[in-house]
Design a protein around this ligand. Sequence first.
Ligand SMILES: Cc1cc2nc3c(=O)[nH]c(=O)nc-3n(C[C@H](O)[C@H](O)[C@H](O)COP(=O)(O)OP(=O)(O)OC[C@H]3O[C@@H](n4cnc5c(N)ncnc54)[C@H](O)[C@@H]3O)c2cc1C
Ligand code: SF4
Length: 633
Amino acid sequence: MSKKNIRRIPITTPITLRRRMLKHYMGIPGFTWIVHWLPPSTLYVSVPSPPRCPVTEPACPAFLLPAPGPNPRMTSSSHYDAIVVGSGISGGWAAKELTERGLKVLLLERGKNIEHIKDYVNALHAPWQVPHRGRDPVALKNAHPVLKRDYVLSELNTDWWADEAASPYIEKKPFDWFRGYHVGGRSLMWGRQSYRWSDLDFEANAREGIAVDWPIRYADLAPWYDHVERFAGISGSKEGLPHLPDGQFMPPMELNVVEKHVAARIKAAFNDTRRLIIGRVANITQPLSNRVNCQYRNKCWLGCPFGAYFSTQSSTLPAAVATGNLTLRPFSIVTRVLYDKDAKRARGVEVLDAETNQTFEFTSKIVFVCASAFNSAWLLMNSATDVWPGGLGSSSGELGHNVMDHHFRAGASGQVDGFDDRTSFGRRPTGYYIPRFRNTGADRRDYLRSFGYQGHADRSGWQRGIAELGIGADFKESLRAPGGWSIGMTGFGETLPYHDNRISLDHSVKDKWGLPVLAMDCEIRDNEHKMRLDMKNDAAEMLAAAGVKNVRATDDGYTLGRGIHEMGPARMGRDPKTSVLNGHNQVWDAPNVFVTDGACMTSSACVNPSLTYMALTARAAEFAVAELKRRNL
Ligand SMILES: Cc1cc2nc3c(=O)[nH]c(=O)nc-3n(C[C@H](O)[C@H](O)[C@H](O)COP(=O)(O)OP(=O)(O)OC[C@H]3O[C@@H](n4cnc5c(N)ncnc54)[C@H](O)[C@@H]3O)c2cc1C
Ligand code: SF4
């Protein structure tokens, strides 16, 4: 055993931290006790040489990372307790919760494997170290006609987006679909904004007679929000707002000087009915388990060598692997959930190997469908049988309907004077958030539901000189100092669940593997358009009230899907005649099939949804295991 593999735990370490460190070491495959308490006061333990962060290895034991997950390419049929389809945010949670409860789980992922740290190839690259300095060349844009519609296209992580030529879709009406097909799914690229829903959201459909009622309320989900927040690590401030419940937060990141100034002015101007707070974000501000706290690099979309933001790779996958109960199979496109007519249950899934084109069947007692909202709906629809010709879960006629997203890109911006002697340090990977205030409390508008704002303030950099076409030493010197402060915000608005906002299978167009593709037929309507006027005008009003100069109110337009928060095509409900899933995310027509991603959402609220998928998934997993034990599945 080499000396560098020895870790010391001084007796001065607080007992809780000592326990945590030991628990962590014991979770590392190959861990052995070699020495006990040695004089004068240190416990020595031995760990195998694990992969390390390529940047630096601080003294923090959290830099010892668990071994990457297994990656077998099985070719024969096998039986498992549970199959999880998709390894993104929802699938990662399903795999963790089910394996930790003792189930043997097969995690099927349609794309390639991406190993934590090792495969974050551009995480440490500066713009000058990549061929086009981080700009998007024409060939890249041509190869990604959908991605290029928005900010997400970048040569730094192109490999993490679905191949659009291999996996096309039909736009009956314009629809932006930004997908990640690989282990981790979009948990690697997400913006990490994490907010709880409240009963204002869960009760809205019933109160207003829209669509159907949610079968759950905030109290059903609150303990599961606690559970997932503690494990994922969400930093944020406690605000005591009933419509944006507080959670189990790590210490918040800090608003910068201009944001604090604007927050104080807004609070005073609107009598504390509008509040500017730091964004609640799944970046840890303290070490957590085997993860190191955020280093303020704001390069999260390239993968984090510190494991400082929540992703499948940094969090749920290592936990599932550590149980010894997980089998991960990449390149496995699940094409059908196999339905047993006699048992009225699923018996497993059919898988198409994305590399070899071979087809396999895997069987299991339960199936968790977590392939992302639209792909889960695609899988259910493609699982049609003579019993359910419209697809598994289609008996209500709601499968594929009620599609939602968050509409955004309406807001305001301006310049802030008086802070040119102040700056901020580091690259904070979150902005500020203004929780909903419309149709909240006594406020009433001519539309339903509400919106919140996301934004940030910062100083301009040397790039401000590009437009000047300047030249010479003085010009360059002038760009060495930061420019003026500006601030901006965009609203994120709730979309109503319209029955005829629909996705369906189109068998006339096939993907690279000969599978039918999705056709999108969805749009926003009057309610959303009216809301956008407030999103724009309220933002301008708040900035003006805060003394911001040259305020510009804008609506840059929005296409459904661009919010990257697809929801709804297999909604939960109280009645099998009007919903696809029950209150525990079970498909009414096949109770051993659980759908826990965005497909299950009955309404969309106005806050980012992924934390709610995590909580719903963990809740459903506990229920599924309990039902298995009761022999109900
Ligand atoms: C740039 C960006 C910013 C975002 N910001 C935020 C944010 O700030 N806050 C927030 O809450 N959300 C945000 N989101 C949305 C968030 O990423 C998604 O809500 C979340 O990832 C959904 O989790 P999921 O598990 O349902 O799907 P995904 O994470 O997309 O994972 C689905 C997985 O299933 C796999 N799969 C699909 N079909 C099959 C099949 N047939 N067989 C096998 N595997 C399959 C896919 O390859 C993928 O790995 C953002 C997304 C993006 C892209
Ligand atoms: S900002 Fe924090 S979470 Fe994001 S890549 Fe850097 S260290 Fe990791």
